[in-house]
Design a protein around this ligand. Structure first.
Ligand code: NG1
Length: 447
């Protein structure tokens, strides 16, 4: 176990602290479920360097797995019951039976992220599945901060998927098909997200970002591992802001882009996703998109929002902003490709420019930023050793990501601490994160 832990987290991360975390988790599992075999699984969170809200439009993204993860310990049962306990007591224990119709719990309930893969697996397998006794360990500072735009929910979905598959002797491939399974499993919670988070959690490699083309082709998905620029690190600044309503707000953006497609079809009948508009200049197509369209106008055009949401939670909005949402997605896709190219050419000034443009587009066109995130981005971008900074993840709070020179980190942290006074009581916290390897089954041991 000690070697495995070092191989995963590397020497940059305090291995002693990780060892202690694993020891405590094993002791807690034994206390809960008694002695016997236990399997350990982990799945990392992710930071997105660029490519926001492009994944569900079949666009491009450039995320990296982070060295904070969800650890899930599990033992198979002889029946179909799943009992899950969270090491953080504010998340109450849950129990359910695996079946093809598991009633979802209320929006945001943590067990939904385990019920989702359990239900999908039951639908895919004809034979009955074994349940498990499990313990979830995602506590700070090693766990993925929740609601911070770092894909903590997908880390839980992925670790639960791995456990349910392994304990049912389903071979684990750690490839695209597993990642696609996990993405679809997470739809159970009601959001209609793309593939970025689960793909990153599974396919990532140490010290690399992951370029993903989120369009599935007959040959599968295209992705590649992109090394980080030499001498540079990823800094995350957590604004401390959390949005309670991320589900419906997120789906509102999904529906706005799907509405745009319906409207563009009048002129471009072959369009199914915004990605299909890649070759069409914005100046040419924006005329076909209204700035804003009301719910009544949508229905009047014979478009069903319910159908567009495809079973996901319907947003409550009375009107939708179509043109600027589209502009963000279309320009962001070009920016992702340009960042990958600039990184390969070592043109960090260009990378920085594109990150700054991406933030502006997320703020003005996609409207997912907050005044505090804008302030943090602005302050970090002023620092001479920062390549670029922007909000990361779904938005409406959460983290800012910066690419910065490694030697400048202490100075940057001191700079960030001055923002504390402007944060209106939120605690603004900066930390360095090292790109971690993808999720896996670590070991099965006897305790
Ligand atoms: P986070 O930041 O973890 O809420 C969400 C989506 C991603 C992607 C980003 C925005 C899920 C599980 N995650 O991530 O697919 O669309 O927002 O780029 O829906």
């Amino acid at each position: 176990m000690r070697d495995t832990i070092e191989a995963i987290y590397g020497q940059e991360s305090p291995v002693a602290g990780q060892n202690q975390r694993y020891d405590e988790s094993l002791a807690a599992f034994q206390h809960l479920y008694g002695p016997g075999p236990v399997s350990l699984f982990r799945a990392p969170g992710r930071v997105n360097l660029i490519g926001e809200h492009t994944d569900y439009n079949e666009g491009y993204v450039l995320p990296a797995a982070i060295d904070r993860d969800v650890l899930l310990l599990a033992r198979p049962r002889d029946d179909a019951q799943v009992r899950v306990v969270n090491i953080e007591e504010e998340y109450e224990p849950r129990e359910f039976a695996i079946s093809t119709e598991i009633p979802p719990r209320p929006l945001g309930d943590w067990a939904n992220y385990i019920q989702g893969p359990a239900q999908l697996l039951a639908r895919q397998k004809s034979e009955p599945l074994r349940g498990m006794d499990a313990l979830v360990c995602g506590r700070a500072p090693w766990g993925v901060p929740r609601g911070a735009g770092l894909a903590s929910s997908s880390a839980l979905t992925v670790s639960a998927s791995l456990a349910l598959m392994r304990l049912n002797s389903i071979p684990l491939s750690y490839g695209v098909s597993l990642a696609a399974f996990c993405s679809r499993a997470e739809w159970y919670v009601g959001t209609r997200g793309g593939v970025m988070d689960q793909f990153t959690a599974i396919l990532s490699q140490r010290d690399h970002a992951l370029f993903i083309d989120c369009r599935r082709r007959a040959s599968g998905y295209r992705y590649s591992h992109v090394p980080l620029p030499e001498g540079h690190v990823i800094v995350l600044v957590d604004s401390g802001e959390r949005h309670q309503n991320a589900g419906p707000l997120y789906n509102q953006r999904v529906v706005e882009t799907r509405l745009a497609i319906q409207l563009l079809k009048a002129r471009y009948p072959w369009v199914s996703y915004l990605r299909d508009m890649e070759e069409i200049p914005w100046e040419e197509c924006h005329h076909f998109l209204p700035e804003q369209i009301t719910k009544d106008e949508v229905e009047h055009q014979g478009i069903s929002l319910q159908k567009l949401m495809d079973g996901g939670t319907l947003p409550e909005a009375e009107s939708f902003f179509v043109r600027k949402r589209c502009r963000h997605v279309m320009t962001e896709n070009h920016r992702v490709l340009a960042v990958v190219e600039a990184m390969q050419e070592g043109d960090l000034a260009r990378v920085g420019e594109l990150m700054v443009e991406s933030h502006a587009s997320a703020r003005d066109d996609y409207e997912i930023s907050t005044p505090l995130l804008d302030r943090i981005v602005e302050a970090i971008n002023e620092h001479p050793d920062v390549v670029g900074a922007r909000l990361t993840g779904a938005g409406w709070g959460g983290c800012v990501v910066a690419l910065a020179r490694a030697e400048a980190v202490d100075d940057l942290f001191a700079h960030v601490s001055t923002l504390q006074q402007e944060s209106d009581g939120q605690s603004v916290e900066a930390f360095v994160t090292f790109p971690a390897p993808g999720a896996g089954h670590l070991a099965t041991i006897n305790i």
